[in-house]
Design a protein around this ligand. Sequence first.
Ligand code: NZQ
Ligand code: ZN
Length: 387
Amino acid sequence: MRNFTYKNPTKILFGENQIQNLENEIPRDAKVLILYGGGSIKKNGVYDQVKEALKNHTTEEFGGIPANPEYAVLVEALKCIKEKEITYLLAVGGGSVIDGTKFLAAAALYPGEPWEILTKHVRTLEGQALPFASVLTLPATGSEMNSGYVISRRETKQKLSSGGPGLFPQFSILDPEVIRSIPRRQLINGLTDSYMHVMEQYITYPVGAMLQDRFAESILQTLQELAPKILAEEFDLVAAGDFMWCCTMALNGLIQQGVPGDWAVHAMGHELTAYFGIDHAVTLAIIAPSHYKYNLESKKEKLAQYAERAWGIKDGNTEEKALQGIQKMEEFFHSLGIKTKLSEHTPGFAGTAEKVEANFTNRGLLGIGEYKSLTPSDAKAIVEMSY
Ligand code: NZQ
Ligand code: ZN
């Protein structure tokens, strides 16, 4: 295992009725901005619970943060933060609302043009952001317990990420009851995104991190086992809680300590969302099979281990097992109802690979993956294999 320093300051309040504890967790003298998305929280009762818990606080609201949080909308929220002299942000939503809130927490104290934070990949250090917290309504991204975020800008067709140790939520509330109202499409996205978060940190090369590997495998196996229960007609609160915790654990930094990380699937996937608006999780299911096949030689040991331990595959040599592992992963995505070819999502797929190559070159993304060796032309080949 490699050396590491691990600090995750986010406090988690897990379980039913935890939303009422907002009252005690947010300082009474704070001027709170409640941020939310397109309105699901007003239909499922979460908004009412939040308002009730904060009835003795001074609150303002900003709604309308869209999926793949849009820069132009966040600029409006930033104006509101400044005009109303907000001192505390509360995200009530999924990854998009939480990510948007992280960006705003950083932008509120940033001296320059806010978009620069993303184009220059400015890291936000401790003390360089407004304090913020979240009430998670959609398990998927892990944003509720990590310090990264991704922002989209329609005007320039860009989807860029940043983060830093100053951007961990102070606390996050994880009440699995909120899962009851999530549409099937978003449940599928949550299962897939969290699964791929683990894969990005696990399908690299062995470094002797036995415990990290088993953490990763346990999350993958739990998600595999939970998927039918989460997608069943009848809501299962116990399964919902396990699912929520899997998504958080998949990307709260724990399983990445001491091991190499890949993240090339996400880098390519973000491009597909930026060009075509394809849901984040779906882009990962499109890219991952090709990425693993293209990089079979360097990833085959971990892929074979994945096949053995997550799917019980016993037959074949390392390479054969690795290929079976990729197939099992793709079958798992199909079992969720995801189509794993780009052409199944957009008729306008021709030229995408060249566009990814050009964008990576322009952005200086010249070496990605765990070896930082995948060039823009490798990305082009992988995206082409995903058509
Ligand atoms: O906007 P509302 O009305 O709230 O509806 C949302 C939205 O339409 C709806 N929803 C959320 N909770 C619900 C609900 N509907 C009914 N009941 C509920 N309880 O679901 C839709 C999608 O929400 P969104 O927040 O966009 O989904 P998700 O959590 O998958 O977030 C995706 C964004 O996170 C980024 C993605 O790139 C994408 O922009 N990611 C963030 C990461 C991070 N910060 O660590 C890592 C990820 O890899 C990812 O890149
Ligand atoms: Zn993701």
